[in-house]
Design a protein around this ligand. Structure first.
Ligand SMILES: NC(=O)c1ccc[n+]([C@@H]2O[C@H](COP(=O)([O-])OP(=O)(O)OC[C@H]3O[C@@H](n4cnc5c(N)ncnc54)[C@H](OP(=O)(O)O)[C@@H]3O)[C@@H](O)[C@H]2O)c1
Length: 219
C-alpha cells in the first residue's frame, strides 16, 4: 500500500516521517517540488517525490495535508483519480483575514469534513484524520511510552476505517473512531471537543480517549 501525502508543511512532513518510520511507503508532493524532494532524501528508500497528479495516481491512499480551500481545488481537479482511493482529510475550517489573523472560514456548525466529503467522487473512501493534534504534538508524540497517544478519526466508510487504523498505528499512535462524517466537527478546531485544543492541550491514552468520546455524546 502506498500513501500519497499532498503538502509537506507542518502536518505533511511529520506525518511522512512517522509513516516511513512505521514501514509505510509514501509519495510526497507539494506546490514546490523541491521541498518534497528534500524531505525524501531525509526519509530514504520508502519515500519518493512526484507531481501532485503522479502522487495521487500512484497511491492507494491520499492524505491532503493542505488548507481546506486547497483541498477543494485539488479534489475538483483530480476527482477522476480519487475514485476507489482512501482520501484522508486533516483540515480545519481555518484561514487568515486581511491582517493575517486566523479566522473560522465556515459557518458555526458546518465542519470542514462535511465540506470535503461533499467534494469527493462517490467512489472515494473519505476519512477525517491526522488533524486532531497541533503539528508540534503530532511531531513529538509518536510511539509515546508507556501508553501511546490516541488519534481520533471519523468516517462512514468501512474500507477507510480499516486503512486509517493501519496508518495511525504505523505512525506510532492508537486509533479510535469518533463517529461518521456527521461527527467530523468534534475533531476540528475551533470548537471540537475531541481536538487537542478542546481537551485543554491534553494528549489522551485509549482509556482517556474513550471517556472523552462518551462524555461528548448526549444521553
Ligand atoms: N498546523 C497545524 O498545527 C495543524 C493541526 C491540525 C490540522 N491542520 C490542518 O492540516 C492542513 C495542513 O496544515 P499545515 O499547517 O501543514 O499547512 P502548511 O504548513 O502551510 O503546509 C501546506 C502545504 O501545502 C502545500 N500546498 C499548498 N498549495 C498546494 C497546491 N496547490 N498543490 C500542492 N500542494 C500545495 C504547500 O506547498 P508549498 O510549500 O510548495 O506551497 C505546503 O507543503 C490544513 O488543512 C490545516 O487546517 C494543521
Amino acid at each position: 500500500m502506498t500513501t500519497a501525502i499532498i503538502g509537506v508543511g507542518n502536518i505533511g512532513s511529520p506525518l511522512a516521517r512517522h509513516l516511513v518510520g512505521g514501514g509505510e511507503p509514501v509519495v510526497l508532493a507539494a506546490r514546490d517540488k523541491t521541498r518534497a524532494e528534500t524531505l525524501t532524501q531525509e526519509l530514504g528508500q520508502l519515500a519518493r517525490a512526484g507531481s501532485v497528479e503522479d502522487a495521487i495516481a500512484g497511491a492507494d491512499v491520499v492524505v491532503f495535508a493542505v488548507w481546506l480551500d486547497t483541498i477543494k481545488e485539488l479534489t475538483a481537479t483530480y476527482a477522476r483519480l480519487l475514485d476507489n482511493k482512501v482520501v484522508v482529510d486533516p483540515s480545519n475550517p481555518l484561514g487568515f483575514d486581511g491582517k493575517g489573523q486566523m479566522m473560522r472560514t465556515l459557518p458555526d456548525g458546518q465542519s470542514s469534513g462535511s465540506v470535503v466529503d461533499a467534494t469527493l467522487p462517490a467512489g472515494a473512501h473519505h476519512v477525517k484524520a491526522f488533524g486532531t493534534l497541533t503539528a508540534d504534538a503530532l511531531s513529538a508524540a509518536a510511539n509515546r511510552a508507556p501508553r501511546r497517544a490516541v488519534l481520533f478519526y471519523a468516517t462512514d466508510d468501512d474500507a477507510a476505517a480499516t486503512t486509517i487504523e493501519r496508518l495511525i498505528r504505523a505512525a506510532g499512535f492508537t486509533p479510535l473512531k469518533a463517529g461518521g462524517v456527521a461527527d467530523a466537527g468534534r475533531l476540528e478546531m475551533p470548537g471540537g471537543d475531541l481536538h487537542q485544543f478542546g481537551l485543554n492541550g491534553a494528549l489522551l491514552d485509549l482509556d482517556e480517549a474513550r471517556g472523552a468520546l462518551a462524555r461528548g455524546v448526549p444521553a
